[in-house]
Design a protein around this ligand. Structure first.
Ligand code: HEM
Length: 403
């Protein structure tokens, strides 16, 4: 295989998972690779860890705002809406907005949430532990991230399934099971947006100590979130926080099943190795396959000329397997330390929910690995169609039921 042999935009090339061998080859042979597109002007495919870091840390040179952060070029009318989201902003607007919302995600806030997350994790495992088998995605991986997003947003329990459906439609744009057309995705975003708006109104009228209430009613240096900014943030949270953590939970379990030696080591040293194992799940199988930037002026990456307006696409799974940074990168090692992976991004847009995601993953794995530790795959996994999130839709598992 040589550079140019595989179309990274063709989702058929992701049917069996991310084409890692091809990305590994690109990283070694053509790390700043020009990739033509059938329905676009082409892009630079970035596969080296150092280049991903450089691009992510220079947001003025590599914009998230100009062309958004998704690979496909969007029409200007779509971009206008997307640019209202934190993910697609540039400094100085990004800095200001992020300061307003990050109050909800400080290590202290996450620590305060821990007992609640632990309790919910226990509840999730309670519901399946005596059954002896289940669909891991639906029954074990989906629940906790969803509960948390709803908790953060102040969504009542009876409405949780709405958030679940909307976020599936928003993220599964290439999967016919979740979304039948692009307009389905837009409709879901609109419904979620309006739903968030209704909650915000309610919290404005009756402030309480939920995150949503603090975000909507509080201010930083006299600045307050507008309703519009808040609604957009709610849409981003539902997408960014749900599918990602669900995917890492599922792949993490799959990896442990496929590497019994690593799983035994983890089960026997749970307290010590759980934090490093969680980092390794995110390194080995990052849920987000790529994010895009657009060059704002002529520049160079690794000596390659990049012109203003060029599209630059960073491949996270490739950067996380860079042999210049990781020893034996293809080896899944639950004790890997240090582990400077970029699965949560880096720099300006570093994942706002990273601490929350880590805590969520630790809580659910602690429950699973102490209560149903012999959990095994009971059939092939069913993958989400697409080349943006490396998702799994169904993963049947079996285990000795808890008595
Ligand atoms: C294991 C789970 C997760 C992974 C791997 C992940 C990954 C990422 C990545 C790679 C970015 C960087 C985007 C960029 O550079 O353009 C990002 C940003 C973001 N993530 Fe996460 N994420 C996870 C969980 C969460 C959770 C649980 C939340 C919220 C509850 C969240 C909220 C966000 C937000 C709001 C941003 C945008 C930050 C900004 O633009 O400043 N993520 N995430």
């Amino acid at each position: 295989m040589k550079p140019g042999d595989l179309d990274l935009c063709d989702i058929a090339n992701y049917n069996d998972g991310v084409p890692l061998e091809y990305l590994d080859m690109l990283r070694r042979e053509d790390p700043v690779h020009w990739h033509p597109e059938t329905d676009g002007k082409g892009f630079w495919a970035i596969t080296k860890h150092a280049d991903l870091v450089h691009i992510s840390k220079h947001p003025k040179l590599f914009s998230s705002w100009l062309g958004g952060t998704n690979l496909p070029d969007r029409p200007e009318e779509d971009l206008a809406g997307m640019r209202a989201m934190l993910l697609n902003m540039d400094p100085p607007q990004h800095v200001k907005y992020r300061r307003l919302v990050q109050r909800g995600f400080t290590p202290r806030m996450v620590k305060e949430l821990e007992p609640r997350i632990r309790q919910e994790a226990r509840g999730v495992v309670d519901r399946v532990a005596t059954k002896g088998e289940c669909d891991f995605v639906q029954d074990l991986a989906s629940e906790l991230p969803l509960i948390l997003i709803c908790e953060l947003m102040g969504v009542p329990v009876e409405d949780r399934h709405k958030i679940f459906d909307w976020s599936n439609k928003l993220i599964g744009f290439d999967d016919p099971e979740f979304q039948h057309s692009a307009s389905d995705g837009k409709a879901a975003a609109m419904e979620l947006w309006m739903y968030a708006n209704a909650i915000a109104q309610q919290k404005k009228a009756n402030p309480d100590d939920t995150l949503i209430s603090k975000l909507i009613n509080g201010s930083v240096d006299g600045e307050q979130l507008t309703e519009m900014e808040f609604n957009n943030f709610a849409v981003l949270l539902s997408v960014a926080g749900n599918e990602t953590t669900r995917t890492v939970t599922t792949h993490g379990m799959r990896l442990l099943c496929e590497h019994p030696d690593q799983r035994d080591k983890l089960v026997q040293n749970l307290d010590r190795l759980l934090p490093t194992a969680v980092e390794e799940f995110v390194r080995y199988n990052p849920p987000v396959i790529h994010f895009r930037r657009t060059a704002t002026e002529d520049t160079e990456i690794r000596g390659q000329r990049i012109s203003a307006g060029d599209k630059v696409v960073m491949f996270y799974p490739a950067a996380n397997r860079d042999e210049e940074v990781f020893e034996n990168p293809t080896q899944f090692d639950v004790a890997r330390d240090p582990n400077p992976h970029v699965g949560f991004g880096i720099g300006e847009h570093y994942c706002l929910g990273a601490n929350l995601a880590r805590m969520t993953l630790e809580c659910i794995f602690r429950e699973i690995l102490t209560r149903i530790p012999d959990i095994q795959l009971a059939g092939p996994v069913k993958r989400l169609r697409g080349n943006f999130v490396d998702g799994i839709k169904e993963m049947r598992v079996s285990f000795t039921p808890e008595t």
